[in-house]
Design a binder for this molecule. Sequence first.
Ligand code: GTQ
Length: 353
Amino acid sequence: MDGIAQPNDQRAQLEKLYGEMAPHSLYPLWEVLANLVTPVPRSVAQPHLWQYGPARDYLLRAGDLISAEQAERRVLILENPGLSGSSAVVPSLYAGLQLILPGEVAPCHRHTQCALRFVIEGDGAYTAVDGERCYMQPFDLVLTPNWQWHDHGNTSDRPMIWLDGLDIPTVRFYDASFAERLEHPSQSESIPAGDNLHRYGRNMRPFRATTAERRPQQQPIFHYPYAQWRESLMAVAGADAPDPHLGHALEFINPANSGPVMPTISAHVRHLPAGFETRPRRATDGTTFVVVAGRGTARVEGREFRLEERDLFVVPSWNALELRAETPLTLFGYSDKAAQEKLSLYREERLPG
Ligand code: GTQ
C-alpha cells in the first residue's frame, strides 16, 4: 500500500478489509477500543427494585405447581433488566428468592459456586452444610462455601423464603463450574446443629492438633444469626455518629482470615437512624440489598425507589447511591467487592451532598 487512503476512500477500504477478516475471526480494535477501555465504569446493569409482596405471590404460585425436589431448587431469579438472559443481578453475581414448603427437601448437592442465604420469611427451616444443620431465622445470614455439600429442608409448619446470593456469573466467566449430586436427597446429620458457632464463632477454636476440628480451616463458620448482628449494629449505632455516606455499617467477616465471608462475595449490614439522609457514594462493586427493617428511599443516579420492609434492590457499579430513612432503616447487602479487592480493581468515591 502506498500511504494512508483519503477519508472517503478510507472508510470504504476499511469496511472491505473488515468484511474479509471477519470470517477469520479477526476484528479491528480501533473501532471498539473506547467501549472496551472506558475512563470510568459504564455498567449495562440497571438500578432496580423488586417489591417483596408481588415477588412472594409469584413464588408461592410456583410452589403450587412444582415441588422443591422436582425443581432441585425452586427459585425465582432476580434478573437485572439491563442483563436480560444472563440470570445475573449484576454482571458477576446472581440473586434469587428460594421457597421451601413445610415437609419439603431441596436435594443435596455441591458445586464450585459460592452461595449465601439471607432469610426473608419463615422460621425453623434448615440448611445443612457438610453434615451440620443450621436452623434459620428471619434475617440470618448462612453461607454455603464452594464445594461444600448442602441441602435445605423445612421441618416447620410455614413456608420459608430466603434470598440466594451466588457467584454463578463469575464462575461462568472463568468456565470453572463443577457440580455433583448426592444419591440421597438429604445428607446424614453427622455434626450437631449449631456446632460451627460453638467451635469457631466465639473468638475460639479447637486446640489445634486435636481431633475436634470439624470445619475446613479456611471457612470455619457458616452462620451469622440476626440476633447477634443486630445487637452489634445497634450498639455501634448507639455509640457513634453515623458515617455521612453510609450510616452505621458493619461487614461480615471470615474469622479465619478477617477477610470477606467468601472469596468472591462480601456482605454487610447498615443502619440509618430515622430522618437520616446519606450523602451520595459510588463504588465499583454492584450491590444487592434487602430491606430488613424500616421505610425510606434509595436514590440511584437520580432515580428514586421507595423502600419497604423485605423489598430488594440492586445498585450497579459506579452508580451513586443516596439513602433516606423515614423510620429507622436497616439494610443487608452483598457484592463482589471480595473478588475485586483481590484483583486490585475495587474503588469507591464519596461525593459531596
Ligand atoms: O441452594 O444450592 O438459587 O445451587 C441457585 C443455585 C440456589 C442452592 C440457587 C443453587 C442454589
